[in-house]
Write a protein that binds this ligand. Sequence first.
Ligand code: KG4
Ligand code: ZN
Length: 349
Amino acid sequence: MRNLSEVNLGKEELVILGIETSCDETAAAVVRNGREVLSNVIYSQIDLHTLYGGVVPEIASRKHIEKINQVIEQALHEAGKTLEQIDAIAVTYGPGLVGALLVGVSAAKAISYATKLPLIGVHHIEGHISANYIEQEELKPPFICLVVSGGHSHLVLVKDYGSYEIIGRTRDDAAGEAYDKVARAIGLGYPGGPKIDKIAKEGNPEAIHFPRAKVENSSFDFSFSGLKSSVLNYLNGMQMKNEPICVPDVAASFQKAVVDVLVEHSMAAVLQYGINRFAIAGGVASNSAIRSALREACLCNHVEFFHPSPIYCTDNAAMIAVAGYYDYQNGIRSGLDLNAVANLKLGER
Ligand code: KG4
Ligand code: ZN
């Protein structure tokens, strides 16, 4: 048996197995040297949860248990690697649904225990940010990253690999949550983000004026619950007056309000911190209107714009393996007492 301290010393090539089960995707991936994805397997449970209009935590955990071994085996197989050729295992241990996280964490610990491979617990948001390194060789810290997903809306100053400062956050709903709730209200179903993205292309973004929330004492914090309520009030008002609702116009006008706020706050952050590199991350970052508005704003402000392909924006394990690679290089190792932490803060260990 190998001794932990002997593993990987002096190796030039590092191959990391990443595991992600924080919400409703069971995912495993193999990544070489932090940038080259050898495999990226994602089993999405979306169809299962669509029936209930959102993620049901108990169902998510059970499905992860059913799928996790198969997904890991497939990731190794597609990468053409055996566990003997893996150098470390990176796993999301928070934040997320605790029962769902536990499945990935337990699988990673079991493999680490059996193989003596080093284990690295990764923060989910650190994973989302690191997705930008996969296809963009030239991206290096420092940069500002806008992380917008189903559970988070953060503006993060990435000072170095593994070193983060949150400079803006949502005071209430996350951007993705607002998309999902508005989509449900206009009858588009779950998950709402991609559906609003699509139907908004047929609507007029200036048709209805929804509010752009300002947060007191902060130029970088977000608030999306007022916008969501304003859309719901508009829908109720139209219903009471028996007037027809133009779904594409509502979707496009709601999306424009989100885009305006994201662009304004992001550019304020870039200018205030004097950093001319800006990246986006998280499921909502795959939104076509958000991407093109931020690309244009960056161009106007002479800021370099980075974004992952949509497949690396939504939850995946390649991003966890990439984050794990840089954590590994920073000497971070987790013990077999690693636990799932539902509300893990970025930068905490
Ligand atoms: O990052 P992610 O897969 O999971 C979390 O960590 O939360 O993000 C999922 C969120 C959902 O709210 C989904 O509606 C949203 O990302 N989303 C989108 C788009 N694709 C996914 N929102 C807007 N436009 C999209 N194209
Ligand atoms: Zn996520």
